[in-house]
Design a binder for this molecule. Structure first.
Ligand SMILES: Cc1ncc(COP(=O)(O)O)c(C=O)c1O
Length: 343
């Protein structure tokens, strides 16, 4: 039975073009800066993001950590969303490894933080306080229904941060989804920010890798931070080759995943007892109405028996994520399976 795996866009396999590019990749020792394929990928990412330089790292978690370690010193404070991936799902690496203090501000349902809440979180100059150093945004916002943050909102937060002497970092794990959903160039979304982390291994299908992008000086420091967390790689061109294909061939097609997520939302919403959250990109959350007596595990198991995998979450919310390897037919199968399980 073919499995329709909707748990995440991280389950994607490399495309045949990626495998071919990996096989043929020219490589060198990247810690010496001698891997031509890594250098090409970094230059390409910097150009796409409108930044001076970029750094290839192992994962989104490492990309965010390296950026935070570069922006902040021990005892500095980072203002970030209470539902952000960096706060919830990165083990508090900033505190564990960097002595950096997370200061959360509530995320609104659309993934934003209210500007007045950010301002209120910024500390004054006082010997009792940590020093506010950085604001982080997440675009698209994973937990907040995969919602894209607009160019205007990002510019407002960047302006506010800079006016207060803070810097701004964007966790852009799915920034290409945001650009596609908003119909803007991806570089517009990070125009005013100091750094951005982008993931190649989510909807972009690459097997491994993320990039941190920023000014040349920032990236030179970030290279040191990457080394200290053990992220200096050697013949990493093998991986970067897949990343180049991801940027060239996969990034432009994110809209297809969004259309399929919308169709899935429509299909699920027609099933009595299923409540679907608004969908803007490739991430769809849904739940069960109160009168439905099933527990979430039963739904996940029932779907799995029918070859459909979704993520069951605490609180009865389920997540389904579309990606390159999900077809129109898979979407119809998922809707049919849900109808059988809940109907
Ligand atoms: C918004 C966001 N940021 C960062 C990450 C971390 O990426 P990685 O799993 O490559 O460490 C994820 C992973 O799903 C994510 O959704």
């Amino acid at each position: 039975m073919r499995i329709v795996d909707l748990r995440s866009d991280t389950v994607t396999w490399p495309t045949p073009e990626m495998r071919e590019a990996m096989y043929r990749a020219e490589v060198g020792d990247d810690v010496y800066g001698e891997d031509p394929t890594v250098n090409r990928l970094e230059a390409m990412a910097a150009e796409r993001m409108g930044k001076e330089a970029a750094l290839f790292v192992v994962s989104g978690t490492m990309g965010n950590l390296v950026a935070l370690l570069t922006h902040c010193g021990r005892g500095d404070e980072v203002i970030l969303g209470s539902a952000s991936h960096t706060f919830l799902f990165e083990q508090g690496g900033m505190a564990v490894l960097g002595g950096i203090v997370p200061h959360t501000v509530p995320n609104q349902p659309d993934g934003t933080m209210r500007l007045e809440d950010i301002v209120a979180a910024i500390r004054g100059d006082n010997v009792h306080f940590p020093r506010s150093r950085l604001v982080c945004l997440e675009n698209t916002h994973n937990v907040c229904n995969g919602t894209p943050l607009t160019v205007e909102y990002t510019a407002q937060v960047a302006g506010l941060a800079h006016d207060h002497g803070l810097r701004i970092h964007v966790d852009g794990a799915r920034i290409f989804n945001a650009a596609a959903a908003l119909g803007v160039e991806v570089r517009e979304l990070v125009r005013d920010v100091d750094s951005v982390q982008i993931c190649l291994s989510k909807g972009l299908c690459a097997p491994v890798g993320s990039l941190v992008c920023g000014s040349a000086g920032f990236i030179a420091e970030a290279r040191r931070a990457r080394k200290v967390v053990g992220g200096g790689m050697r013949q990493a061109g093998i991986l970067a080759a897949a990343g180049i294909v991801a940027l060239e061939l996969i990034a432009p097609r994110m809209g297809e995943d969004h259309a399929r997520a919308k169709r899935l939302a429509e299909g699920l919403a027609e099933i009595p007892g299923v409540e679907v959250a608004p969908v803007r990109t490739n991430i769809l959350y849904f739940g069960l109405a109160e009168h439905v007596s099933m527990v979430p595990d039963e739904v996940v198991a029932g779907l799995a028996e029918r070859g459909v995998q979704v993520l069951g979450r605490v609180g009865g919310r389920f997540r389904a994520v579309t990606h390159y390897w999900i077809s129109d037919e898979d979407i119809e199968r998922a809707i049919g399976a849900m109808r059988e399980v809940v109907g």
